[in-house]
Design a protein around this ligand. Structure first.
Ligand code: CP
Length: 312
């Protein structure tokens, strides 16, 4: 079954069938990364531009690797390398890039809605690699894939998401994705980092971290997004760790087979203690491995994969 859309901009616009398709395609893509020769020719001749206007390690590297493993050509542009520093607008830069006929533009941008703005104006497919506090669809998809791999399902699971919900595009996309796929999502964090009305996404807000993680199947910890806060909304990091950090005592309240996740980069000793981050339930590095597979699936599907049997 093909994915009948030019762009992947958020989880909101994806149907449950489309999410299922991306996850199922990612399962088959995962094997490619385990082979001695980690390359298949399905996107040979296609060009992927990585447009990163905010720092990134995992998302940028894994989109790059994903494109290369499918034999596409990639080119990475960051803010300091582009003519944006000379005053060119995002749209003018993008239109100039499109004149060179890329097939996919992957955009990370500090402004919520920037990928949607470009998607309406470019013929190339646009994939959102994280826009402001709005959405991070590839992170949510790789989180769902990783949970499904461990639990065999997504429906009926209790997913606790803890930390700086207000500034987290991962929290929003994870909420939408897991809820669409039938999970229960419970949020916890400092009141100063909990947006009003977040329940409208279908999530519940717990009064404490303990209540959120009690009997949880999955705990997703979030980084404090200091770069998006006008000022740090807790007195100290030590205070944050004491009230909201994940430690062994809090993990013990969850189900015995709970898995611990974090989108990265982690602040050890702040939102997560080192013994939990490196402990037996932690699947943080598996998330990173699955990030490549999910992004291979996204690229393959937006470029028409599944439409032509010869390309499969
Ligand atoms: N999870 C995530 O988006 O990490 P990067 O900022 O390193 O891409």
């Amino acid at each position: 079954m093909p994915l009948d859309r030019k762009d992947i901009l958020d989880i909101t616009s994806l149907s449950t069938e489309e999410i299922q398709l991306i996850l199922d395609t990612a399962e088959s893509m995962r094997d490619i990364s385990e082979r001695p020769i980690k390359k298949v020719p399905v996107l040979r001749g296609k060009t992927v531009i990585l447009f990163f206007y905010e720092p990134s390690t995992r998302t940028r590297l894994s989109f790059d690797l994903a494109a290369k493993r499918l034999s596409a050509d990639t080119l990475a542009i960051s803010t300091d390398m582009s003519s944006l520093v000379k005053g060119e607008t995002l749209l003018d830069t993008a239109k100039n890039i499109e004149s060179m006929r890329p097939d996919v533009v992957i955009l990370r941008h500090a402004f919520s809605g920037a990928p949607h703005f470009l998607a309406k104006r470019l013929k190339a497919s646009v994939i959102n690699a994280g826009d402001g506090t709005h959405a991070h669809p590839s992170q949510a998809l790789l989180d769902m894939l990783t949970v499904r791999q461990h639990k065999g399902r997504l429906s009926g699971l209790k997913i606790a998401i803890v930390g700086d919900i207000t500034h987290s595009r991962v929290a929003r996309s994870d909420c939408e994705g897991f809820i669409k796929m039938g999970s229960q999502v419970v949020l916890a964090g400092p009141p100063t980092m909990m947006p009003k009305g977040i329940e409208s996404l279908g999530a519940q807000v717990a009064p404490t971290v303990e209540a959120a993680v009690a009997d949880a199947d999955v705990i997703i910890m979030l980084r404090i997004q200091k770069e998006r806060q006008k000022q740090f909304s807790m007195a100290t990091e030590r205070e944050y760790a004491r009230h909201f950090g994940l430690n062994r005592e809090r993990v013990a309240l969850a189900k015995k087979d709970v898995v611990i996740m974090h989108p990265g980069p982690i602040n050890r000793g702040v939102e997560i203690s080192p013994e939990v981050a490196d402990g037996p339930g932690s699947i943080i590095l598996e998330q990173v491995t699955n990030g490549v597979a999910v992004r291979m699936a996204m690229l393959y599907l937006v470029l028409g994969g599944g439409r032509n049997a010869d390309a499969d």
